[in-house]
Design a binder for this molecule. Structure first.
Ligand SMILES: [Zn+2]
Length: 476
C-alpha cells in the first residue's frame, strides 16, 4: 500500500494546536471549512511577506479524486477543502489563457503572474513584442526583500522561472540558472543539478562552454545541500541552494516505495526549510512553492501518481496556515496555473457503487509509469513481472509486445505510451479517465489570505494577479 489510513506523515493545521498528525486532527476537525476564530490574518495593512503556493496542472477533477480518496482512507477532507469558507479568505475563479492560446503552458502562466502580462506559450517574461518584463522577484529584491523558489521540478523549470527570470524559450534552463546566480535568489530548492554543472552543449548550432556554477554560488555565501539530511541540517536564515536530483524530483509515490530514493526530500520538507531560511529577512520575503509534477502525472495519464502528487502538495497547506497564523503580515496565495489531462474519477458500476472500491484499487500501484520507463529504458527489456508489481495490472502478451516495440524504438515519452497501451485496464481498475495528454483551458480556483487579498477580483484573468501582489507588498 502506498499509504495507510493512519499515515503519520499526513499533516493538518488546527487553529490553537498548530501542525498535528492526521489522527489527532480527526478528533479536532470533523467538518469542512472551519472558519478561523480570530481576525488576525486580515489585521495587517501591508504584506511584509508573500507565500505563493502553486500546484501545477491541477484539474478540478484531480482535486476531487484526491479529496474522495482522502475521505475514504483518512476520513478527512483535503486541507485544500478546508480553505473554503475560512475567515479572511478571498476565493476567486481564474482565467488561465496565454497571449497565444486559450490553453496556456506553464511558462506563459507563470509570466502572467510574475511579469504582469500575457505572453506567448513557451516564453518566460518576454512580451509578445519581444520586450523583457521585470519579474516580481526583481521588484522584491529592489525593495530589500529576500526571495525563494521551491519546486519538485527542476528549479529552472517554467513556473519558478516565471517569477524570477527572462528567457525567450523556456528550455534555456542553463541560462536561467545563471540568472538565478546573478540575481541572487536567496533560497533555491528542487531538482535540476544538471543545469548547474554541465559539459559543453550545442544551442542554436553554437557550442556553449562547459560550466560549474556551484562554486560561484558558494562564493556568494550560499550553503549547498544535496540530500534530505543536509537539508534538515541547513543553517537557518542563510542563503541556500539545494539540488536533489539531476532532473525533476522523483514522484512522491516512488520516493515512498523505492528505498533508493529515501534521501530525496519531499515538497513539505523543502517548504519548511525555505521558511526557516527566509523568515528572518528584515524587510520580508517572497517565496514561491510549486507542486510541479501533478502536471507531469497528468500528461502521462497516470492515476496513482497524480493522486500522490496532489496529496503531497496538500500537506504544504497546513505549513503555510501555521506560518501566517504567527506572521499575519504575510499574503498567502494558493492556486494552480491550468489543468492537465482532464483527470476525472468516473461513475462505475450499477448506480456507481463501484467508484469507491475503484479508489481502493489505486492503492495497488506501487510505482509511477515514469519509474517503470526508466527501468525499461535502462535494461532495454520489458518485464511483465515488474509491470505487475508496480501497477497491479497483468499485461496481455500483445500489450507486452507493443511496449517492447516502443522500448526498441526509443520513444520519447514511454510512460504515456504505456498508459495508452493499457488504458482500458487502467480505466476498468481505477475509474479514472482523461480527456487528453495535454493542458486544458479550464478556469481554476484561487485563494488569497492576508494583507491585500481582498483586492483579488472574484473573476480574474491570471495576469491581473501581478498588480494585486505588487500592490499588497508595496512594490513599485
Ligand atoms: Zn504541462
Amino acid at each position: 500500500m502506498p499509504s495507510t489510513s493512519n499515515d503519520p506523515s499526513r499533516r493538518q493545521f488546527i487553529k490553537g494546536a498548530g501542525l498535528v498528525s492526521a489522527a489527532t486532527a480527526l478528533t479536532a476537525c470533523s467538518s469542512i471549512a472551519k472558519p478561523a476564530a480570530s481576525g488576525s490574518i486580515v489585521s495587517a495593512k501591508k504584506a511584509k511577506n508573500m507565500i505563493f503556493l502553486i500546484v501545477d496542472g491541477m484539474c478540478l477533477g484531480t482535486l476531487a479524486l484526491a479529496h474522495h480518496w482522502n475521505l475514504r482512507h483518512h476520513k478527512a477532507p483535503l486541507n485544500w477543502m478546508q480553505l473554503y469558507g475560512r475567515e479572511g479568505v478571498t476565493r476567486a475563479m481564474q482565467d488561465t489563457a496565454s497571449a497565444s492560446s486559450p490553453v496556456t503552458d506553464s511558462a506563459a502562466a507563470a509570466s502572467a503572474w510574475g511579469g504582469g502580462e500575457r505572453v506567448n506559450n513557451g516564453s518566460i517574461n518576454f512580451s509578445v513584442e519581444g520586450n523583457p518584463l521585470t519579474p516580481l522577484f526583481s521588484y522584491a529584491k529592489a525593495a530589500g526583500k529576500a526571495t525563494g523558489l521551491v519546486t519538485t521540478c527542476t528549479v529552472t523549470h517554467a513556473t519558478p522561472a516565471g517569477f524570477s527570470a527572462n528567457v525567450k524559450a523556456r528550455g534555456r534552463e542553463k541560462e536561467i540558472a545563471q540568472q538565478y546566480l546573478q540575481r541572487e535568489i536567496d533560497v533555491i530548492l528542487g531538482g535540476g543539478s544538471k543545469h548547474f554543472n554541465y559539459e559543453a552543449f550545442k544551442l542554436d548550432n553554437v557550442t556553449q562552454p562547459a560550466a560549474n556554477l556551484i562554486p560561484d554560488f558558494e562564493a556568494k555565501g550560499y550553503q549547498v545541500v544535496r540530500d534530505r539530511q543536509s537539508l534538515a541540517a541547513a543553517k537557518e536564515q542563510s542563503k541556500l541552494l539545494g539540488l536533489f536530483s539531476p532532473g525533476h524530483i522523483p514522484f512522491a509515490i516512488d520516493r515512498k516505495n523505492d528505498p533508493a530514493l529515501k534521501q530525496v526530500p519531499s515538497l513539505p520538507d523543502m517548504f519548511s526549510t525555505a521558511l526557516s531560511s527566509l523568515s528572518g529577512a528584515k524587510d520580508g520575503f517572497v517565496l514561491q512553492v510549486e507542486g510541479g509534477r501533478v502536471d507531469h502525472a497528468g500528461h502521462a495519464n497516470d492515476p496513482a501518481t497524480i493522486l500522490h502528487e496532489q496529496l503531497e502538495f496538500d500537506n504544504c497547506i497546513p505549513i503555510a496556515l501555521e506560518f501566517i497564523e504567527k506572521h499575519p503580515d504575510t499574503l498567502l496565495i494558493v492556486t494552480t496555473d491550468h489543468g492537465t489531462g482532464g483527470c476525472q474519477l468516473n461513475g462505475k458500476g450499477s448506480a456507481y457503487v463501484e467508484s469507491g472500491p475503484a479508489l481502493d484499487a489505486i492503492n495497488d500501484f506501487k510505482q509511477s509509469f515514469e519509474w517503470l520507463q526508466e527501468r525499461f529504458k535502462k535494461s532495454g527489456r520489458f518485464s511483465a513481472k515488474a509491470f505487475k508489481q508496480a501497477t497491479g495490472i497483468e499485461p496481455h502478451p500483445e500489450q507486452a509486445d507493443v511496449i517492447q516495440k516502443a522500448i526498441d524504438e526509443e520513444v520519447k515519452y514511454l510512460s504515456s505510451t504505456m498508459t495508452a497501451i493499457v488504458q482500458d485496464d487502467l480505466f476498468a481498475k481505477t475509474a479514472v479517465g482523461w480527456t487528453s495528454n495535454n493542458h486544458t483551458s479550464e478556469c481554476v480556483e484561487l485563494f488569497a489570505f492576508g494583507p491585500g487579498s481582498a483586492e483579488v477580483p472574484a473573476f480574474s484573468e491570471n495576469y491581473k494577479l501581478n498588480r494585486v501582489m505588487r500592490s499588497a507588498l508595496g512594490l513599485a
